[in-house]
Write a protein that binds this ligand. Sequence first.
Ligand SMILES: CN1CCN(c2ccccc2CNc2ccc(C(N)=O)cn2)CC1
Length: 246
Amino acid sequence: MRIDIVSLFPEFVEQCAGFGVTGRARERGLLDLHGWNPRDWAEGNYRKVDDRTFGGGPGMVMLVEPLRRCLAALRQADPLPPRVVYLSPQGRPLDQARVRELAALPRLALLCGRYEGVDERLVQAEVDEEISIGDYVLSGGELAAAVVVDAVARLQEGALNDAGSASQDSFEDGLLDCPHYSHPVEHAYGTVPEVLRSGNHAAIARWRRQQALGRTWQRRPDLLAGRVLSKADQALLDEWRREQGR
Ligand SMILES: CN1CCN(c2ccccc2CNc2ccc(C(N)=O)cn2)CC1
């Protein structure tokens, strides 16, 4: 997968993707990142990329023309046409389902806004979709872009070591994750649940599913609101709630 990042600070996102799973995905040729700086396409010796907003009020707006030229250049850099994504608070909330769809695309171009954002005419003419990583305001789109890069990189085939661990992810089936434990078994903070040391893989899988269902019901009932649980899952959740009530 190729990802082009359009930003006044392109090196920032490339550094975010320089280590861990994303770094490994790049080394394995699973992810190809390219940074593009609209300032390189701005006119004049001040290489102006922003200007005052019409209608008055505080803040500057990123100009159409440097971004248009920058996007034209990145399109020419590879025959694959990119899906152009604008990271903004006005975007559609990002969730794992959307991450999976993005991860399946051959090429993404992530447009990072600064100042008060981008001239709306550029957005209307060039952006395929706006995405928000959450209902809060950042000083620029770069951190949001880095989130998208990380989330899609780890879904690239071969990016994660133990096969299938992405499919075991929380949110992979719309539920929160179960709790995790490691050594030591006994600690002042508590003891590792017996079932996890039993070697009974069916019981372990059952316990994990039940914990995921219980925690989702308790912490994020909104994730369950939109779905009908299987009879088995409903039974697990009912049992979990009874045990909680005890
Ligand atoms: C002070 N202004 C800075 C620029 N910003 C703005 C406006 C438009 C586009 C991008 C940005 C960049 N900021 C982002 C980006 C994404 C998210 C998200 N939730 O995904 C939050 N913030 C508006 C506010």
